[in-house]
Design a protein around this ligand. Sequence first.
Ligand SMILES: Cc1cc2nc3c(=O)[nH]c(=O)nc-3n(C[C@H](O)[C@H](O)[C@H](O)COP(=O)(O)O)c2cc1C
Length: 197
Amino acid sequence: MGHGATAAALAGDAARPAGQEMDLSMQGSPNGSAGSPVTDIDGARFRSVLGRFATGVVAITAIETGTGRPTGLAANSFTAVSLDPPLVAFCVAHTSTTWPRLRGADRLCINILSEPQLEVCKRLALKGGDKFADIEWTESPNGSPLIEGALAWIECSVEQEHVAGDHVIVVARVHALDKYHDGDPLLFYKGDYGSFS
Ligand SMILES: Cc1cc2nc3c(=O)[nH]c(=O)nc-3n(C[C@H](O)[C@H](O)[C@H](O)COP(=O)(O)O)c2cc1C
């Protein structure tokens, strides 16, 4: 696991919303003794503990209303929520400059990234610039940016936004979805990237 990529700095942006501290403070240490209670949670500790939860990575994309240009961001806070109605969710930092440009779109496309799409992930995690300059994409059925090489795509629309600490939890309704390319997923673990292979 791991390509040696230095994603540690980016893991800060990938931090999940607060609210899990109590459970974490009850975790035992590897030798079986209880860990010390968490009374003062700093960012480094939060990230290093939560970083032990391995995730996949998605690219959340849309055609920006107004400019008609594709935009997007990388996120590892994505999860399925409900089958009936079909809902998914992800968390976005209040500091994101891309989310305000995505959230106004009729449709978002969640692209589940594959291991060879590491550069796509890094590109969409950058602040500013034309994020799609070197990214090959096509249109999903309803015209959202579907990135070449993604394992699957999920077309959705924003249903609810819940402010949660320094992030907003976005609940989105799924309108269409399908598998796309076959391959291994891009994984994110302990602030680094990896895959199953
Ligand atoms: C692996 C990875 C996972 C990320 N997950 C999230 C996330 O779940 N939520 C989020 O707001 N930002 C996340 N980010 C950061 C965003 O992709 C991006 O860096 C951030 O939105 C800043 O760019 P912006 O100002 O263009 O939005 C992640 C970055 C990486 C590399």
